[in-house]
Ligand binder design. Sequence first.
Ligand SMILES: NC(=O)c1ccc[n+]([C@@H]2O[C@H](COP(=O)([O-])OP(=O)(O)OC[C@H]3O[C@@H](n4cnc5c(N)ncnc54)[C@H](O)[C@@H]3O)[C@@H](O)[C@H]2O)c1
Length: 278
Amino acid sequence: MGRLTGRTCIITGGAGGIGAATARRLCREGGQVVIADILLEPAEALAAEICSQGGDAIALHLDLGDPASIAALIGDTLAHYGKLEVVFNNGAATQPELLNRDGAAGEMDIDVWDTTFAVNARGTMLMIRHALPALIASGNGAIINTSSGAALLGDLARTAYAASKAAINTLTLYVAAQYGKQGVTCNVISPGMVPTANSRANQPEMIRMVERHHLTPELGYPEDIAAMVALLASGDGRFVTGQILRVDGGVSKAFAHVADNRAQFAAHVASTWGTGAP
Ligand SMILES: NC(=O)c1ccc[n+]([C@@H]2O[C@H](COP(=O)([O-])OP(=O)(O)OC[C@H]3O[C@@H](n4cnc5c(N)ncnc54)[C@H](O)[C@@H]3O)[C@@H](O)[C@H]2O)c1
């Protein structure tokens, strides 16, 4: 028996990156997993891989920007598994052709703003809205949303992406307050830099730049986010709700000068005390 045995879980954006790592993890812990993605082929390949290893997963098409597609996903999940306990809202409009046009507010293209919000913010809200009746009926439902450190600090670009993630943070607090008494937890994970096939291809310089600001020896792996999702999705997370959980290698918890001054500080410690610096 795994921690997720008997729990049916939907993962949006489950075909790649963090979503795929989470699908493997939740299935290893005994969950029945619906891998929902706008890219059906890789979602089906992942479901086949999981099933070939004894897991229980199916792939379903989902376009988070299309309200009818979201309603159909919940309906098809209930038709297949008959119940729903966990929703991991992980999918986001991360396509490079969109992100590369998401710049400063002064040049914001209305289409970039609206598409980003339709997929990320409205998509997350509609997933919750359609899933809630089944989650409440389960008696112990869990909603895990996905934000970004970008939602909590200012930056030079990706304005629409960051603002849409801030909307997800606030949505999380409201859903936690509104449905906690009906047995549904709602939390949001704010990942640090977690290189995936997608982000390695799209933002190699960004990855190099931010790596030294993380307090951990290396950047996160999709499996590090999957581990937190598994906890929140299971009974182990039953007393955790309304939280913005920063699974980010501490990047948000130290001044920027820590990364810049490490070498200088090490030299000072060595010359003063003859010991190694932290
Ligand atoms: N990887 C990181 O460093 C990082 C950091 C902070 C936050 N995040 C967040 O984590 C989540 C996963 O990120 P990732 O790096 O694994 O991204 P990814 O680009 O590898 O995966 C996103 C998935 O969402 C799917 N998707 C895109 N548009 C969709 C739509 N309209 N409907 C349904 N599915 C759609 C994609 O096909 C893809 O499988 C995202 O919400 C992202 O914003 C990631």
